[in-house]
Write a protein that binds this ligand. Structure first.
Ligand code: UDP
Length: 504
């Protein structure tokens, strides 16, 4: 059922001012909000999505809400969930169809279930909203809430924020969009992450806003070395050779073992994260994130190290390097039933490998009970990586890429629409054309490892690009602009009505 999430203030706007790289995007935010905020004065903004934990949307929500509030905009976060069995499996199916995966058929019972859940949540929402409020619904799961509000003539402004999309039309995407069309059409505006994602019937009413990161949140803030080491020890990713500042986290990282169980990440031995080059991918456990193909590519690179070798040093690096695949412990992610299946597929592939290869691959379940601890773990893993990969087969946007670029890391992404919006091939990193092509994955991994000077160029370009385009300040500016458009639309409508009344 729909529930209100309490959002803490967190980092203050003034805190960002201390950081030189943030000066320019902050200045733009202040300048634009001076004009835009008076236009939306008095309106309450409701952000609604379907999970409080896991995934890019849930990650971004508290920071956006806090910054809106600090700028003087009244904003709250509601999570629309349900106990009804099958709902999230169905919405996952829609998610996959939008990404052109799965069987393009939707049963009558699925539609009924989808509508029942959304109608129930719409009923609860009525007790929160008042006339004139702006309701921003995220992604397809709660989309039909807007439809039911409209059906009951609840006088709120509706915006649909769709974080996913695919740049090709297929039977699958058509099935998904035909299903979503009646619900999406009632919204005043929709917002997508790339122009290619906008379905034809929403053209004209759609806007583009790129997702973004908060440079000072626990996942992205800079960490001195002793804190990085401390967090690795606290989460049991590193043996505590010396006393560290903070106590061990109540929930620590779990690592896949050779017997198929998940145990301490220090077993069978310390991974040596501070000693060896690490290739790291952190994502939700979703087939479309390409974990399995990345693991196969890594194994291929190791098995062909002599053929790929360009120098003795490079050979040593390929021998030493390890692969870390990490994602949220699926137990805690409400709207992603596929997680366990993906872990099992990876497990089967891992168990079939020889022991020496198993020793160079760490499959990690990251604890999710504490958002802060989870974010700090993601932060330190990204910071100790030599290479960060996002081998997505499809990708809405890929905030993990933004996070890595911000941290001045060499990134290999895939040529999916979401990732190439951010990462220009050969300029800010490398792009894999076909993430299912194991040899290509292997060759690109090896290339990025073998040429440190190129990595340097990519990673500094990457951070610059994030500062210019993908920080939270840019996103807030764009939201303010879309919300204020609603206002001017109302004014135009009002003037239009006035004119027709006076001329009749
Ligand atoms: N993430 C996290 N903890 C994890 C795994 C992932 O906080 O254990 C975060 C990751 O850092 C990123 C987000 O989840 O911020 C994933 O967003 P992305 O846009 O990459 O993909 P999505 O999950 O939205 O498809």
């Amino acid at each position: 059922m729909l529930k209100l999430v309490q959002v803490k203030e967190g980092v203050k706007l003034a805190d960002y001012d201390l950081y030189a790289p943030l000066a320019s995007p902050l200045r733009e935010l202040y300048t634009e909000s001076t004009t835009l905020i008076p236009k939306i004065k008095g309106k309450k903004i409701w952000m609604i999505n379907s999970t409080q934990h896991g995934g890019g949307v849930a990650e971004m929500m508290p920071r956006m809400i806090s910054l809106f509030r600090q700028l003087g905009v009244d904003c709250d976060w509601l999570v629309a969930t349900t106990e009804r069995k099958g709902f999230f499996s169905f919405t996952k199916k829609i998610h996959n169809l939008i990404h052109s995966e799965g069987i393009p058929e939707i049963a009558k019972e699925e539609k009924e279930l989808y509508e029942i859940v959304n109608k129930e949540n719409a009923e609860v929402l009525k007790s929160f909203v008042k006339p004139g409020d702006v309701v921003i619904i995220h992604d397809p799961q709660p989309l039909a809430i807007g439809y039911f509000l409209k059906e009951d003539n609840i006088p709120v402004h509706l915006i649909w924020r769709c974080h996913i999309g695919h740049d090709k039309h297929t039977d699958q995407t058509r099935a998904a969009w035909n299903f979503l069309k009646p619900y999406a059409q009632v919204y005043s505006y929709s917002v997508f992450s790339a122009t290619e994602y906008i379905p034809g019937f929403l053209t004209g009413k759609a806007r583009i806003i790129h997702p973004s990161i908060d440079p000072l949140d626990h996942k992205n803030r800079d960490l001195p070395i002793y804190k990085t080491v401390g967090i690795l020890c606290n989460s049991k990713l590193l043996t505590e050779y010396q006393p560290v500042l903070t106590p061990t986290f109540p929930d620590t990282v779990k690592r896949l073992q050779s017997d198929g169980t998940f145990q301490s990440a220090l077993l069978p031995s310390d991974m040596g994260l501070l000693f060896k080059p690490a290739i790291i991918q952190i994502s939700r456990w979703d087939r479309l994130k390409g974990f399995l193909e990345l693991m196969k590519g890594f194994v291929y690179m190791k098995q062909n190290k002599n053929r790929l070798k360009i120098s003795e040093r490079d050979l040593r690096q390929t021998e030493l390097c390890q692969l870390v695949l990490a994602g949220p412990d699926p137990e805690y992610v409400e709207d992603d039933p596929e997680g366990m299946e993906v872990i099992n597929e990876l497990k089967n592939e891992f168990l079939a490998l020889p022991r020496e290869l198993q020793a160079s691959i760490a499959i990690l379940k990251l604890p999710m009970k504490s958002r802060k601890h989870n974010e700090l773990i993601v932060n330190v893993l990204q910071r100790v990586a030599t290479l960060i990969v996002q081998n997505s087969i499809r990708e809405g946007f890929g905030l993990t890429v933004t996070e890595a670029m911000w941290k001045i890391k060499a990134v290999i992404g895939t040529a999916t629409c979401g990732i190439h919006e951010q990462l220009r091939d050969g300029i800010d990193g490398l792009l894999i054309k076909d993430p299912k092509n194991i040899e290509e994955v292997a060759v690109k991994l090896h290339y990025a490892l073998a040429y440190p000077k190129e990595r340097d160029v990519w990673q500094y370009n990457a951070q610059k690009r994030v500062i210019e385009q993908f920080l939270i300040f840019t996103q807030i500016r764009k939201w303010l602009s879309v919300i204020s458009e609603i206002n001017s639309k109302i004014t135009t409508q009002y003037l239009h009505n006035l004119k027709s009344t006076s001329s009749s």
